[in-house]
Every structure is written in structure tokens, then in C-alpha cells.
Design a protein around this ligand. Structure first.
Ligand code: G3I
Length: 365
């Protein structure tokens, strides 16, 4: 099965940029290496989440065009972004991002059809029967609207959250409350019936962390994947988000072994939201950037040794637009701005860029 590489045109563009295809005329210097071109040579898709900033920040848009082969809709395709009220569905943000990606030969990850976390208040007031109807109709509306334009759907995001105390450690929310665990298979089957091309993904957080959350979620995700495979439910890949939290316990070797166990269920593996929380690192930005780079390198060297890993996606490209920079979300630690990504707020490469490039290249050797 084609693991969803960019089109031949895009790949030649990437390869030409990397100067490896030998078609680059001698007189031209090869275009500078990019994370996308280096990853493509190693059989990987590299990308980043993308949001409305690319419409106003043309330099940032250009960075996506240079560095990525695939983009994930950060907010625009979420239920609450699309449907702030019951009467209204606003596709405009999602349509603009999909159009940008198509105009620039970038593949698109649709994030996310079903997530118990971001339900608008009006949905929570509905009866279970109404929620089931809305569930089916939302999936049908989105999947038919974007059919042929989506490389992969995060069909279900973050199915587990044991802290909610629900049976099986499932995340509570309107979809789970109305249908129990069955909402997962129901969503996957419905998408598969509407789009035969898009790859279907369950996307989960925390598995790369070796604290209570990681230890509780990993086995549950593995068993859910196993049940879905045993029941013949369509599922192509499992997304592990990769929001690295070095301030907490982690064991890359153990996580690598976990990925191998998932891979034995014949699913591809995507690292879908990678960034590094630098709150526990050195206050000096230069030293902190090096620590972030080391963390990226260690993590990627571990996970990229697993053949089933086919994709690595950052959660945004630049510190300027990281979710850690969002005043509503950011933990202002020691009064500094977080530096979690391969490009700084001025869109310049950081040591993390080189660490990622080296890990991609090592995969290709
Ligand atoms: O765009 C609206 C704006 O019009 C409005 O004025 C403003 C104030 O209400 O809200 C803006 O939307 C915000 C949106 O980000 C875009 O900035 C939402 O309130 C805010 O909740 C939303 O936060 C996002 C969060 O998911 C919830 O959707 C974060 O940016 C995003 O990084 C985060 O991403 C999640 C993944 O989807 C799943 N994995 C974890 C990851 C990090 O939490």
C-alpha cells in the first residue's frame, strides 16, 4: 500500500531541492536541503500542523512551502471551530487551508473528526439519540466535502483519559456518553464507507511519556487497536502525538518497543504533533535550544528505527505560533517564552532543525 508519499511532481520537487535526482542542471546550485526533502529521501513524510497564521504571515506560509510535504489542520477542522452554534457550520477556514495545501502540492491531514474534548456547549445539551444523529451527519458532511483532498483523517482523537474514571479508561464527552466505546468503530466504518482513499487514523497523546498517564494509556490504546483489527474495522495507522515533556519521566527505548508492538498489528505509525516542552531546561535560550535539539535527536533516533513509522509532523513549525506561546495555554515558566520547535520566532533554523535532519538522514542510510 502506498504509504501516502507526495505526488511524483512533489517528490521530484523535493528531490530536486535536495539535488539528489541528478536532473538539476549543473549551472544551478541545488536548492537548500529542507526537512521535507531529507525526510522524503528516507521514505518519510515530514510536516507540521497549520492554522490561519499562514494567511497573514507570508514568510510563515513560505516556510511551509519549503520545509513540509504534509500539513495537519490544527484548529480549522475541529468540531467546535466548524460548528460554534447548532445552526451554523463554517467551512471557510478549513477550505482556505486545504486550498493553500493543494496550491503548493502539500498533502493534508484532517484533524480531527471526533474528539470528546472540544465539544461546544450546544452539543452537550443534546440527547443521546440526537448526538448519534449529529455524529453520523458530521462525519458524512466533512468526509464527502473533502473527499480526494485528505491524505489521512484523525478519525478519533485522544480516545483515552483514565482520569475521567470511565469504563476502560475512555475519555468522557458527548460521543462517549451517547455511544460508549462503540463510537470509535462506528466513526472508522463511516469514514471508510465515504472515502476509500484517505487513511484512517486513531490519534493519541501521552504514550511517549513514562508517567502515570503514559503507563495507563499505552496498554489501552494497544488493546483497542487489537480489538479493532480483530473485528475487521478499517484502520490504517495509529498516531502518537509526541508532545515531548522532558520534565517528566520518559524512556525512549521502552517507547520504541511499544511502537514495535503496535506495528505488529499491521498498522502504520505516525508521529503526529511533535514538539518539546522546554520548561525544565536552561534559562539561557542558546543552551535551551541545544537541549531541545538533543531531545529531538534522541527521540527520533529511537522511533525512526521502527520501520512502521512513516510520518513525522511537528505541532506548528515556529516558536512564534506554538500552542505553548498561546497566553491562554502557555505556562509562563520562569518568565520566558517557550522554544519548542525547529524554527524560532524569526523563522530562523534552530539546532533542533539540524537534530531532526540528522535523524531523518540516519533513517535513510
Ligand atoms: O480562533 C479563535 C478566535 O477567533 C477566538 O477569538 C479565540 C478566543 O476564543 O479562540 C480562537 O480559537 C482558539 C484556537 O486554539 C485557535 O487559536 C481556541 O479558543 C483554542 O481552544 C484553540 O486551542 C487549540 C486546542 O488544541 C483546542 O482546539 C490549540 O491551539 C491547539 O494547539 C491544541 O492542539 C491539540 C490537538 O488538537 C490535540 N492534541 C493536543 C494539542 C495541544 O493541546
Amino acid at each position: 500500500m502506498n504509504p501516502g508519499f507526495p505526488s511524483r511532481r512533489r517528490l521530484l520537487g523535493l528531490a530536486a531541492a535536495a539535488g539528489v535526482c541528478g536532473l538539476v542542471p549543473r549551472v544551478q546550485a541545488a536548492a537548500p536541503e529542507t526537512l521535507g526533502s531529507i525526510a522524503a529521501r528516507a521514505g518519510l513524510l515530514y510536516g507540521a500542523s497549520i492554522a490561519a497564521e499562514v494567511e497573514s504571515d507570508k514568510d510563515y506560509a513560505a516556510l511551509y512551502m519549503r520545509e513540509t510535504a504534509i500539513v495537519t489542520t490544527d484548529y480549522a477542522m475541529k468540531f467546535d471551530a466548524l460548528r460554534p452554534t447548532e445552526e451554523q457550520i463554517d467551512f471557510s477556514g478549513a477550505d482556505r487551508i486545504v486550498a493553500f495545501a493543494q496550491a503548493n502540492g502539500l498533502l493534508v491531514r484532517g484533524h480531527t473528526l471526533i474528539w470528546n474534548e472540544n465539544a461546544p456547549a450546544w452539543l452537550k445539551r443534546k440527547s443521546s439519540a440526537e448526538i448519534e444523529r449529529i455524529f453520523d451527519s458530521h462525519i458524512e458532511t466533512m468526509v464527502t466535502r473533502y473527499a480526494g483532498k485528505i491524505h489521512s483523517w484523525d478519525v478519533v482523537n485522544e480516545p483515552f483519559w483514565p482520569d475521567h474514571g470511565k469504563p476502560g479508561g475512555f475519555r468522557d464527552g458527548p460521543w462517549f456518553a451517547a455511544m460508549g466505546e462503540s463510537y470509535v468503530a462506528r466513526a472508522l466504518k463511516r469514514v471508510a464507507s465515504l472515502d476509500k482513499e484517505a487513511r484512517l487514523v486513531i490519534n493519541e497523546a501521552h504514550c511517549e511519556i513514562d508517567n502515570g498517564w503514559g503507563k495507563a494509556i499505552r496498554p489501552r490504546l494497544l488493546m483497542l487497536t487489537e480489538r479493532l483489527r480483530d473485528q475487521g474495522v478499517p484502520l490504517h495507522a495509529v498516531g502518537l502525538q509526541g508532545h515531548l515533556q522532558p520534565q517528566w519521566a520518559y524512556d525512549d527505548r521502552y517507547f520504541r518497543a511499544y511502537l514495535e508492538r503496535l506495528a505488529r498489528l499491521s498498522v502504520d505509525l505516525y508521529i503526529t504533533e511533535m514538539d518539546v516542552n522546554d520548561e525544565s531546561f536552561d534559562p539561557d535560550p542558546a543552551r535551551r535550544d541545544q537541549q531541545v535539539a538533543w531531545r529531538y535527536g534522541d527521540f527520533l533516533n529511537a522511533v525512526l528505527s521502527v520501520k512502521a513509522v512513516k510520518m513525522v509532523v511537528n505541532w506548528q513549525l515556529s516558536d512564534k505560533y506554538s500552542w505553548y506561546a498561546d497566553p491562554a495555554l502557555a505556562r509562563k515558566i520562569k518568565g520566558w517564552r517557550h522554544r519548542p520547535l525547529p524554527f524560532d520566532a524569526a523563522l530562523a533554523r534552530k539546532p533542533a532543525w539540524q537534530a531532526m535532519a540528522d535523524a531523518f538522514a540516519a533513517r535513510g542510510r
